[in-house]
Design a protein around this ligand. Sequence first.
Ligand code: ATP
Ligand code: 9VF
Ligand code: MG
Length: 443
Amino acid sequence: MEKKSLDSLISKTGLWVSRNGHLHSVRNCETSQKYLRITMDCGEIIKVRNSKSSRSARSLRNRKFLKPCKSCRVPDEKIKEFSKKTSYKDEVKVTVKVIPSAQFNSPIKDIQNTVLRSETANPITPVSFPQLQDEPDIQKTDVIAPISVLQQNVNKQNFSKTTNTEPKQQVKSKKAEFTQIQKNRILSLLGPDEMISFSREKRSFKELESTLQIQRKKDLVSMYEDSRENLLGKLERTITEFFVDIGFLEIKSPILIPFEYMERMGVGEDKKLSEQIFRVGDNMCLRPMLAPGLYNYLRKFDNVLSDPVRLFEIGPCYRKESDGNSHLEEFTMLNFCQMGSKCTKKNLEYLIQDFLESLDIEYELVSDSCMVYGDTIDVMHKGMELSSAVVGPVPMDMDWGIDKPWIGAGFGLERLLKAKYNLKNINRAGRSESYYNGISTNL
Ligand code: ATP
Ligand code: 9VF
Ligand code: MG
C-alpha cells in the first residue's frame, strides 16, 4: 500500500510525535512545496520536511510515543485511539494550509511567543554533509592560521544563548583520522585564509566541525552587524569609483549577446575556444568577455565624445571551464579601454599601476599572446593571471567599425579578491550560495 505523506497523517490523527517521543496535539499545519510548519496546542512550532519516510512519518504511522505533552492536554480518548494502532475512524479536523515557500521560511524572530525549532538539523544541507564546492588544493601547515583579514572585526559575541549552536556534548579526544569527505567538510568550514594539518589534528571530526561552525556563525553575525557589504559587490563599487574619477564612462551592455559577435571576435564555431561558450538557443550566447559590447560603444561614441574616448564595463561573464582553482564558469570581468590619442603601452602600464596600487595588490607584467588579440601584456600575481592587456589597433577592429589606436585591459574581479585576501580557492570569491564573503554558509 502507498505510504501516506506526513501532512495526511497529521490531518488524519491531529497528533504529532516529537523527536523526544512526546505526543502533541496539533493546532495548525501549514504546507509549502516541501515543508510543513506545525503548530502544537502547547504553542511549540516545528518545521519538517513533508516526507513519507521520515522518522516523524514512521512514528505517526506506527503510533509510537513515549508520553503525552502535558501542556498540550491531549484528551485521554485521543491517546487511547492513537495507541490502538488501528485506523483512525473519527478524523480530526486540522487545517492544512498551503502557503508560498518564501512565507514559509519567515525568520524565527517574526514568530512571537512561540518556540520554533527545526526538527531536521538543516533540511537543505545537513551538518556533516559533504559540500559540493570544497577545496581541492589542500595546503598543509602546522596550525590553523591567525584570524583572517576578512574577519578582523569579529565581535566578542556571546553565543551561550543560542545553545543549539554549541556542540551538544564533548566527544572524547583521540587521534583523529579523517575520511576525504570529512576533510572536505572541514576545509569548507575554515576561514578564508585559515589552514589546517589533518595529520597533526588531535580533535575528532565532530569536535572540529562544531568548533568551526561556531566560529563561522560568529563571523557571519559580525559581518551582519558591522559592514553588511558583499565583497564582490563592494569591489565592483570601488573599481567603478576609481575609473569614473579618472575620466572613464561606466557602461552596462547586455549579458545575453548574439553568437555572431563571438564569430566577429574570431571565436567562431570552428575554433576550440568556442566550446567554452554557453550557447542560448540557436543565435544567442552568454557573453564570455566584455569586448564586443565595448567595441560597439566605442564605434557609437567616436563621433559623440571628445578624444580620447575612455570607457569601462564591469559585469558577469560566462565560460565553460575545467580547472577549478582560479576559474569560475560565472565570473565578473572589468574591461577598461581608451581609444584615440595617448594610447601608448606606457600609458596602459601607468593605468594598470594606478589601478592595482589603489587596491593594494602586488603584480608583475609578463609578455604573452592570445588567440583573439595576438600579443598581450599579462598582469600576474603569484603565478595567477589577473589580467590580459592589449595595445591596439588589431586587424579585427575593422569588423567592428573601429579605425583608431586603442589600449585596454580585462581583469577578473574574483581573481583580484583571491589575490587580495589570499583565498585558497576562487569559489570563495565568486557568486555563490555556499560561501558569503568567503565564509561557509552551510552551517
Ligand atoms: P586563463 O588563461 O587564466 O584562463 P584567459 O587568458 O583566458 O585566462 P582573458 O580572456 O584574458 O582570460 O580574460 C581576462 C581576465 O578575466 C583574466 O585575466 C582573468 O582575470 C579573468 N578570467 C578569465 N576567465 C576566467 C574564469 N573562468 N574565472 C575567473 N576569472 C576569469
Ligand atoms: C584587452 C580581455 C577590443 C578596444 C573594446 C578593448 C581590450 C582585454 C582582453 C578580455 C577579452 N582587450 N577578456 O579590448 O581591452 O576581450 O578577451 Si576593445
Ligand atoms: Mg588572458
